[in-house]
Design a protein around this ligand. Structure first.
Ligand code: MG
Length: 165
């Protein structure tokens, strides 16, 4: 069985507004500057999937100067990326997500976020980890000016052919 590790990260700046999305959950209090909906978890997740499958990056697949993607729900983009990954013969073993933001506390939203990810990727809860922390006051995230997500994951090659070296 062949394995592929994937890594992705994304950051979006806050602006004044009512809501911003995290894994499809609308978090109240601020908004983010973005061409699509600016969901950092879904964006980092897509780049990790694309990276593991060696399929490029989300900027290449969904250019930010393409009007079709203006304000689009990132869950639709995740579905398309996951379709491409599966089409290439890969299955997703697990996803580990690390979210960094200073406020608000996301604990009340965490279960729903995890539920959304599991349902989008057809994964059992045990295969999805969602961790969150602050940046201890440092940099744009720590100063409460941005939200960031880092995702690592593992793909299994379903065809079972060993990787050549
Ligand atoms: Mg982004």
């Amino acid at each position: 069985m062949g394995y592929r590790i994937g890594y992705g990260e994304d950051i979006h700046a806050f602006k004044e507004g009512d809501f911003f999305p995290l894994a499809g959950v609308m978090i109240p209090g601020r908004a983010v500057i973005a061409h699509s909906d600016g969901d950092v978890i879904y964006h980092a997740l897509m780049d990790a999937l694309l990276g593991a499958a060696s399929l490029g990056d989300i900027g290449e697949l969904f250019p930010d100067d393409d009007a079709r993607y203006a304000g689009i729900s990132s869950s639709l983009l995740v579905k398309e990326v996951y379709r491409l990954v599966k089409e290439k013969g890969f299955a997703l073993a697990n996803v580990d997500i690390h979210l960094l933001l200073e406020r608000p506390k996301i604990l009340p939203y965490k279960e729903k976020m995890k539920e959304n990810i599991c349902s989008l990727l057809s994964l059992e809860a045990d295969r999805v980890s969602l961790k969150a922390g602050t940046n201890e006051g440092f940099d744009s995230v720590g100063e409460g000016r941005a939200v960031k997500a880092i995702v690592s994951l593992l793909l299994e090659d379903k065809d079972g052919k060993p990787e050549s070296h």
